[in-house]
Write a new protein. Structure first.
Length: 160
């Protein structure tokens, strides 16, 4: 009887988790040992750098880099494939290679079907530098790629 109750509780959590933000879902891992890895089964992840840095009141590049590194850790720690992922990032993450890393992980490792990328033009990119996304970042077929605030980034990419 207890096993049935525990499984029912897990089933309820699996219904709740998708309704939470990615950050909130990850926070459920501290509620109990049973729930520690439940968030890793989410089919959809959302990362919004602007919202994260505002909530954490980060003002420097080191803080932003720590957030970006933790995003990479979350993607790596996720179990299995993803239906979709949304990333809202800053321009400099396209210049320093972080965006390419995320795209490679999401397409090649997580086999994400729908990838949405949004670029913030930020204080670190006053000259609006152009960065290119490596073609090998898209070596796995994705169902859809949505992007906004990219001018020439995808103009030379050949996405199958």
């Amino acid at each position: 009887m207890l096993i049935g109750s525990a499984n029912s509780l897990d089933d309820v959590l699996l219904l709740i988790i998708p309704r939470l933000s990615t950050e909130e879902a990850i926070r459920t891992s501290v509620v109990s040992k049973r729930w520690k890895h439940v968030w890793k089964q989410m089919s959809h992840l959302v990362f919004d750098m602007l919202r994260i840095i505002k909530s954490k009141k980060l003002r420097d590049l080191d803080g932003l880099n720590r957030v970006a590194t933790s995003m990479t850790t979350v993607i790596n720690n996720h179990y299995g494939h993803l239906e979709s992922c949304e990333i809202t990032h800053f321009s400099y993450q396209g210049l320093n290679g972080m965006l390419n890393t995320w795209i490679r992980l999401l397409t090649c490792v997580k086999h994400t079907k729908v990838l949405t990328l949004r670029r913030y033009i930020d204080i670190f990119d006053r000259e609006r530098k152009v960065f290119y996304i490596s073609l090998d970042s898209f070596s796995h077929h994705i169902g859809a790629l949505h992007h906004s605030r990219y001018i020439h980034t995808f103009s030379k990419a050949q996405i199958p």
